[in-house]
Design a protein around this ligand. Structure first.
Ligand code: M6R
Length: 608
């Protein structure tokens, strides 16, 4: 997730780009840059860090250009430094490109371009676009961008300027957002509306595989064959604050609804043409992958719940024994580690001190360390032997939502990759799992359609003080996560517990007024899970069940049900957790709480 802004018109573009980028900083903030057409050339100024650093770099610059593009980055390929900041240029420096998305076939394109003599400056996938356009200097810019869109695979939102067409920005869109702001004698291009809302309330919506030529006097939208397409236009009624939240009342709800896209991005390019898992960036040789005899997964908070799920997946698919550890406990218990141990550290921020301290301790014993994180070049990724990135984009709400579901997906990918490397699963089994994984974004989308129903349901429990979240097997981590969400944003006591363990003590707490939320999605222990829920019901608790669509047997046990689409047992946590996120969200809202900034919490905990 990155932010793009572009402007053509009479105004000096530099300050306009900076204010637009500030409005898009929620989309990413590890580096930023602008490309401004000045006379017969293009000035490109880039800087690692937040927009303020770029603004300082631009202070005192004398250019007065009125056409330009800007970019704020959330790294996916290449470290978040100045060299990898956008916009990127070609060898001749006549082209500048800002990009949001992931070009899946970039390494093939890059190899081909290097072979034909192009020299690359950055480690990004984006730079291939600038060099491809350079090779088409005799074509109108719009045509060359069209040709790039035909060759590039994956998700692309592009904004491109070329020095010989100074009053033109060409944009293109596939999979990543890009909207056009329609002004009077001036026009805008941006990843999101807030970037231009100060100047115009009229916008044009771009569909996938559209090219847009943006000039001061107007915009032309065409398809990949060059046929002109009339875009839908509309008036924006949001104020700036709601526009920054995409029309949602809070970042948390926006991020809950971003999960289908975040999961899609996390899966993108990670399956090969044989239907197996391909983790090119993992950088671990097969011999090492085959040498492991045990696995530790270490994390805190929500990331620990992803670790819990990973234990089920890795053990079932690779037959390697897995231990999971809360990071703050790990190094104080003298764990048994050696050079045959694989350690996986999960942290959305990659900066959580407890997790860093734990994995450093483990790494120092000669283990192999894999990081699963959302932040490129975070401390965790720098210190690891290999990194698997979740691609959720920045998460602003303190409560982890989209980073959790993408961690689940990343760990499922990693488990399948290990299974293939070690030969512990037949290809056909992996292929089936891959097919099921590719359905997850749409299934999560479907689960989200129940938001209103969950709001209405949860309103009746606004004053209840005791909640239990129960699950068995791979649904147990989901229950733990549901309880954590409720605690942290609604300030309600909630226990996450393995359903079968209730009878050994906690069942003494069950009485009328207690809400018991059971996760009873597809599982080989679903029958046992339903029996456990019957035990809660017999003690007069209010029973809420998350079930697989069409599960009449489960429905009979519950006071309220929330259905999610069917998924194989080890993938079902991805959809099953979504209703629990919504339940916590709507209960917190009913209680009038600030869900984005819950009390006493910080997004990243950098103390022990
Ligand atoms: O950045 P990390 O994933 O390492 O953060 C770990 C926990 O601090 C984090 O998951 C925390 O529990 C969140 N508030 C959960 O919503």
């Amino acid at each position: 997730m990155c932010g793009i802004v572009g402007y053509v018109g009479p105004r000096p573009v530099q300050s306009l780009l900076i204010s637009g980028l500030r409005r898009l900083e929620y989309r990413g903030y590890d580096s930023a840059g602008v490309a401004i057409v000045e006379g017969s050339g293009i000035d490109v100024i880039r800087k690692a860090g937040r927009i303020a650093e770029l603004e300082a770099e631009l202070a005192g610059r004398s250019g007065q250009g009125t056409t330009g593009i800007g970019h704020t980055r959330w790294a996916t390929h290449g470290a978040p430094n100045t060299i990898n900041a956008h916009p990127h240029r070609d060898c001749s420096q006549n082209v500048a490109v800002a990009h949001n998305g992931i070009i899946e076939n970039w390494s093939n394109l890059k190899a081909e371009l290097i072979e034909s003599g192009h020299v690359f400056q950055s480690d990004t996938d984006t730079e291939v676009v600038a060099h491809l356009i350079e090779d088409m200097a005799d074509l109108p810019l719009e045509e060359s961008v069209r040709a790039v869109m035909r060759r590039a695979e994956g998700a692309l939102a592009l904004a491109v300027v070329r020095s010989d067409e100074p009053d033109l920005i060409v944009g293109a869109r596939r999979g990543s957002p890009l909207v056009v702001g329609l002004g009077d004698g001036e026009n805008f291009l941006a990843s999101d509306i807030p970037a231009f809302l100060e100047y115009t309330r009229r916008m044009a919506v771009l569909d996938d595989d559209r090219i847009v030529a943006v000039r001061p006097e107007g915009v032309t939208v065409t398809d990949l064959d060059g046929a002109v397409v009339e875009p839908a236009t509309r008036e924006i009624e949001w104020d700036l604050e709601s526009a920054e939240k995409g029309g949602f009342p809070d970042f948390m709800l926006k991020e809950i609804f971003e999960q289908p896209g975040a999961i899609r991005d996390t899966l993108r390019g990670r399956f090969d043409s044989d239907g197996l898992v391909r983790l090119r960036e993992l950088d671990l040789d097969l011999e090492t992958a085959r040498s492991f005899n045990k696995v530790f997964v270490i994390a805190c908070g929500t990331s620990y719940h992803a670790a819990m799920m990973a234990k089920y997946a890795i053990e079932r698919w690779t037959r390697l024994p897995v231990e999971i550890d809360i990071a703050s406990e790990f190094r104080y218990r003298d764990p048994v580690l050696d050079d045959k141990t694989l350690v996986i550290g999960i942290s959305q921020s990659g900066e959580t001190l407890d997790t860093l301290a734990a994995v450093r301790y483990a790494h120092a014993q000669g283990t192999t360390l894999i990081a699963v994180t959302n932040v490129v070049d975070s401390a965790l990724s720098r210190e690891s032997d290999a990194v698997l990135y979740t691609r959720a984009g920045p998460e602003i709400g303190v409560a982890a939502t989209k980073t959790f579901t993408t961690q689940l997906v990343a760990m499922q990918l990693l488990a399948l990759w290990l299974a293939h490397a070690r030969g512990s699963l037949d290809d056909a089994v992996i292929q089936n799992a891959v097919t099921a994984m590719s359905l997850l974004p749409d299934q999560v989308e479907q689960a989200l359609t129940q938001s209103d129903q969950i709001r209405e349901m949860s309103e009746q429990w606004a004053d209840r003080r005791d909640f239990f979240f129960l699950g068995r097997s791979a649904a147990f981590p989901v229950a733990m996560e549901g309880a954590l969400k409720l605690k942290e944003i609604a300030y309600v006591r909630a226990e996450g517990y393995p359903a079968g363990e209730m009878k050994h003590g906690p069942i003494a707490l069950i009485e009328e007024g207690v809400v018991v939320v059971g996760v009873a999605t597809n599982s080989h222990v679903k029958g046992k899970m339903l029996s456990n829920m019957e035990e809660m019901r017999a003690r007069a608790a209010t029973i809420v069940l998350v079930l697989t669509e069409g599960d009449a047997e489960g429905e009979a046990v519950a006071d309220e049900v929330i259905f999610v689409p069917w998924a194989p047992e080890l993938l079902s946590p991805v959809t099953a957790v979504v209703p629990l996120q919504l339940l916590a969200y709507w209960l917190a809202k009913k209680r009038g709480l600030d869900v984005d900034k819950p009390r006493n919490l910080a997004k990243t905990v950098t103390v022990e």
